[in-house]
Structures are given as structure tokens and as C-alpha cells.
Design a protein around this ligand. Structure first.
Ligand SMILES: [Zn+2]
Ligand SMILES: [Zn+2]
Length: 211
């Protein structure tokens, strides 16, 4: 019999499955492949640009994760429990994935508005600028804790040329309210051709960008 509780369990299972894949895909399919395959290459370009802009490739990724939910998790939940359970697991997976996509884009695009967003930005920008082989989870630190890749820096170093617009005041320095969490390093505000080649080499080796 289908109960509200079993559907809630299915949704939570789907959501939790995404949180695990968020970690595994980011660590193994993006960073450890060092640019082999479209997923890894696009992600490492995200590290070079250090910003978020919408591109056609996002549509591919959104469609891909929807397909995984409804072609893989739905039948699996259907076979093992029931059709409604399978559907709700796929919905939970999709919700987890879009929660991640939304939070990640927002982290790059706007200042935090609550404690969770403050934590997420610090955690994720340490991954970008401090140690790309740490903090692979974006929305939750659970799997980083389990696999020993969690790092909690006192302050996140941010190469000046890669600073997110929301971090900076009109004088181009870190805003007072973020000064305890972020420190600018380096002097260049724009990226020269030589610097962008260097940034690429380091991003594809999953090494933090230089000052
Ligand atoms: Zn990012
Ligand atoms: Zn990354």
C-alpha cells in the first residue's frame, strides 16, 4: 500500500542519491579526468572562468539528469518497491539536482542572504581558489566528510582577477561584511593571454590558481 510516509521516503532517497552523485561526479568525472570528456572539460573551464553564465550545454546537462532520474531510478524504484515509489524517487533526484544547479549558479552570481548560503559560498570558493581536490560536495559537506576531502578554511584566498562581483565594493576591495571570510591575493584585475594559459594548465591539473 502506498502511504504518504513511503512517498516521503522515496523523495528523500532520490534527493540523497543526487547528493552522493553530486560528490562522485564532481570529484571523479570532472576533476580526476583532467579534461577528458565533455563533462570534465566544461567543468574545468568553469574553474578557469570562475564565474557562471548560462550556456547551451546547461540544457544538455539538465536533460541528462532528468533522463537518469526517469530512465534509471524510476524503473529501479518500480521493480524494487512500486511505480509511485519509483516516480517519487525520480522526482526527488531531479529536485536534488536542480537545487544544486540553482545554489551553484547563485553562489557565483549574488551575495549570500542567510547562514546556509554564507557557508556554501565559503565551502565552494575554497574549492575553486584554495584546493580544487577538496570540497567536492557543493550543497552539503556529508560526502566530503566521509571521504576525507572536507576542508574548512578560516579565510578563503581569492585571486583578484577571479573575484566574484558580489564580493567587491566600489573600490574593488572585499566588502567589509565579507572581509572575515575572503582575502584578495595578487594584483591583476584582468587576465592576460599568458595568465589565461597558466590558469588553464592549473585548472586542468586541479591545482589552485596562482595569485
Ligand atoms: Zn563553481
Ligand atoms: Zn570543481
Amino acid at each position: 500500500m502506498i502511504t504518504a510516509l513511503s512517498l516521503l521516503g522515496a523523495f528523500a532517497a532520490g534527493f540523497a542519491l543526487w547528493i552522493l552523485f553530486e560528490y562522485l561526479l564532481h570529484r571523479f568525472a570532472m576533476h580526476q579526468l583532467h579534461g577528458r570528456g565533455i563533462m570534465s572539460r566544461e567543468h574545468l573551464h568553469h574553474h578557469i572562468a570562475a564565474g557562471w553564465t548560462f550556456s547551451f550545454l546547461h540544457l544538455l546537462s539538465w536533460a541528462g539528469m532528468l533522463i537518469v532520474g526517469f530512465v534509471l531510478w524510476l524503473p529501479l524504484g518500480w521493480i524494487t518497491v512500486s511505480l509511485p515509489f519509483g516516480i517519487t524517487t525520480a522526482v526527488g533526484w531531479t529536485a536534488g539536482y536542480f537545487f544544486y544547479e540553482h545554489q551553484h549558479a547563485q553562489a557565483h552570481l549574488r551575495a549570500p542572504r542567510n547562514g546556509y548560503e554564507t557557508w556554501l559560498r565559503k565551502h565552494h570558493f575554497h574549492h575553486h581558489f584554495g584546493h580544487p581536490m577538496a570540497n567536492h560536495g557543493v550543497t552539503l559537506p556529508i560526502w566530503d566528510r566521509v571521504f576525507g576531502t572536507l576542508e574548512v578554511p578560516d579565510q578563503v584566498r581569492v585571486p583578484r582577477r577571479m573575484a566574484q562581483a558580489w564580493m567587491l565594493g566600489p573600490d574593488g576591495e572585499i566588502r567589509d561584511e565579507f572581509a572575515a571570510d575572503y582575502v584578495l591575493v595578487g594584483t591583476a584585475t584582468t587576465t592576460s593571454e599568458r595568465q589565461s594559459q597558466l590558469d588553464k594548465v592549473r585548472a586542468f591539473a586541479s591545482i589552485a590558481p596562482e595569485d
